[in-house]
Ligand binder design. Structure first.
Ligand SMILES: Cc1ncc(COP(=O)(O)O)c(C=O)c1O
Length: 431
């Protein structure tokens, strides 16, 4: 049997009706492109699942991975090893404030799982608050934190999580005016804390810029600062989930830096290893670790601090520095901002565009005032149309995502956006 037949017979794909799938077979990749089994090349415009920040097959990272594989593939996590020490130090050097101690996991979901344990151990409290338009991972604890439509089908999950509405300007809760979003959301949060019991709430988990749960959207001015103040008032910890937006995606090392807010914990994965090796991490402040270091830590995994993952992470962080990729994301982001704004002005089918750094999305609607997503039949055409034109990106219903690797050049950025705009023009005609 060939690759596709074996896939069909034996592979279970995630988040899919498996019977409906006909996945393209990919054999090779390099830099900004990957190639299918028929030799067709695709421009990478979503960074895989928003993790390939350095693009495909970055030679420096591959070399570090190979070197580590030759030296030490695995060691009991109770031992120290150079790869883990160096990766932890490199992360501590780029995280904001005093997030100096790092617990390694294998993914974003289990980074959040372990962060749940840490906040409970530290505060002795049980409950957690998160937002509705959020995604924090597919394991059951992380699914409990998740507010979007991936939670309900797997309930019951972990008890004790309370969801609050999002200060999302395009689709605001209760039709709140944009200018009032922050005040409304913070007032609601205070109300929830009052009635749930401030002394029962261990932490608030938030994506610093919301990712896949409904199209990227940054937090409005003053919101995260307000949440931080509320946390301080009540001894609640603030956990920023930077699994998707950490490591330069938004033009800063970590997206919480846009709001000048210091979280107590940051969870990360994806761009940490550029997706080449599964690795996640929980970065914890000195204040929290002072307490947790003095007690037995009831958390662990066989692959805690995996040398291959850690060597890859250390190499990636070096590349982010040497190739000035955080700066490039910020600079390329200004081009995306301008192009998306112009597209919105030129194409009535576009209801909204949002972008920060290289983290953008385009919402296609059939009715501007009602913000009705374009018809399902039209939505289904978007991805095949883009792929036929040699561009691969994430499409979620009526939303097209723009998230190319941070290594992208201005010329390729325009090339990709031209392809997207061409498809939008065609969709407008057939609407
Ligand atoms: C914000 C956020 N948190 C957590 C996760 C889960 O990460 P993983 O898929 O590595 O478990 C994701 C994945 O997309 C994410 O976007």
């Amino acid at each position: 049997m060939n690759t596709k037949a074996l896939d069909k017979r034996h592979v279970i794909h995630s988040w899919s009706v498996n019977d409906n799938l006909d996945p393209t077979v990919i054999n090779e990749s390099a830099g900004m492109y990957f190639t299918d089994e028929d030799g067709k090349r695709y421009l990478e415009f979503s960074s895989g699942l928003v993790n390939l920040n350095l693009g495909h097959q970055h030679p420096t990272v591959i070399a570090a991975l190979k070197e580590q594989a030759d030296k030490l593939c695995y060691i009991h996590p109770g031992f120290a090893n150079a790869a883990r020490s160096e990766a932890a130090a490199a992360i501590a050097a780029v995280t904001p404030g005093d997030l100096n101690q790092i617990f390694f996991t294998t993914s974003g979901a289990d980074a959040n799982e372990n962060a749940i344990k840490f906040v409970r151990f530290f505060t002795g409290r049980n409950k957690i608050i998160s937002k509705y338009r959020s995604y924090h991972g597919g394991t059951l604890g992380a699914s409990a934190l998740t507010g979007d439509n991936r939670r309900a089908p797997v309930e019951p999950t972990m008890p004790g999580v309370i969801h609050v509405p999002d200060p999302f300007s395009y689709r605001p809760p209760h039709g709140v005016a944009e200018a009032d979003l922050t005040a409304h959301a913070l007032e609601h949060l205070r109300y929830v804390i009052q009635w749930e019991g401030a002394d029962k709430i261990a932490a608030i988990f938030l994506e610093s810029v919301a990712g896949s749960g409904g199209g990227y959207h940054p937090l409005p001015d003053g919101y995260l600062k307000g949440v931080r103040e509320i946390c301080n008032e009540h001894g609640i910890l603030l956990v920023c989930d930077e699994v998707m937006v950490g490591f330069g995606r938004t033009g800063k090392w970590f997206a919480c830096e846009h709001y000048d807010v210091q979280p107590d914990i940051i969870t990360m994965a994806k761009g940490l290893t550029n997706g080449y090796v599964p690795l996640g991490a929980v970065a914890v402040s000195d204040r929290i670790m002072e307490k947790l270091n003095a007690e037995k830590l009831w958390a662990g995994l066989t692959y805690n601090g995996h040398p291959l993952g850690c060597a890859t992470a250390a190499a990636c962080i070096k590349v982010y520095h040497t190739e000035k990729l955080i700066e490039n994301a910020a600079q390329m982001g200004t081009i995306v901002d301008a192009r998306l704004a112009k597209m919105k002005a030129d194409h009535p089918i576009i209801g909204d565009v949002r972008n920060i750094g290289l983290f953008g999305c385009i919402e296609l609607v059939s009715d501007h005032a009602a913000k009705t997503p374009i018809a399902a039949a039209l939505q289904a055409k978007i991805k095949p149309m883009l792929m036929a034109r040699g561009l691969s990106t994430l499409v979620k219903g009526h939303i097209i995502f723009v998230g190319p690797p941070l290594i992208i050049t201005e010329a390729l950025l325009h090339e990709g956006l031209d392809i997207i705009e061409g498809v939008i023009t065609e969709l407008s005609v057939s609407q």
